[in-house]
Design a protein around this ligand. Sequence first.
Ligand code: ZN
Ligand code: FE
Length: 255
Amino acid sequence: MALEIVTVPCLSDNYAYLAHDAATGATAVVDVPEAAPILNALRERGWKASHILITHHHGDHIDGVPALAAATGARVIGAAADAHRLPPLDEAVAEGDVVRVGLASGVVIDVSGHTVGHVAFHFPESGVVFTADSLMALGCGRLFEGTAAQMWRSLEKLAALPPDTLVCSGHEYTAANARFARTIEPDNQALISRSDAVAEARAAGRPTVPSTLSEELATNPFLRAGLPGMKVAMGMTDASDAEVFAEIRARKDRF
Ligand code: ZN
Ligand code: FE
């Protein structure tokens, strides 16, 4: 049975997620910006956190881990490469490792770029991937530690997942991302419709995440860097995919 996913808004614009395996009652919490909203979301549903999955070391994703772990006894799982800068881990993982949440299995994907050591968790049977600040709705994380080439490789791995995969990312940045995306591809009809849907969701106070990978493939300029049409639009017909990605990322940084 597929994991049940709950989106939990935290801080000003962060998202944590609950992933619940109804068969066993196991519940993973993906990232813990702060403990209180997550404990409330668990309590409302009568769920108990059994696992905490950490995507990367930034405070807005881990600051609530110690409190949540203390309150629940959940098993804390994060990247071995980042163990020195994460809260104490019960399980240290690397690319290709499998984490088990009840009957569900999640594959660890190294998605370095935003940070080096950032991981995503892909649960193939549930059709969901937790990407935090790697692939985001209509965007991608800023390159604080990794190179553009590293992030492009990470995005290529995520782009190769089944298109109907649900993408659970870490922030509500989608409206600003949409404004930027439209400067890159002003004539992309799927992007125009999605921008309208994003504006409508925000006006109603609804999150714009999760999205689907197919939506991202159709509208997210960072994932589209390798398309011939994108290279023409960028005036970079002879450049490599990673170079085009780097230029889109650089423009976003200045936007
Ligand atoms: Zn971050
Ligand atoms: Fe973040």
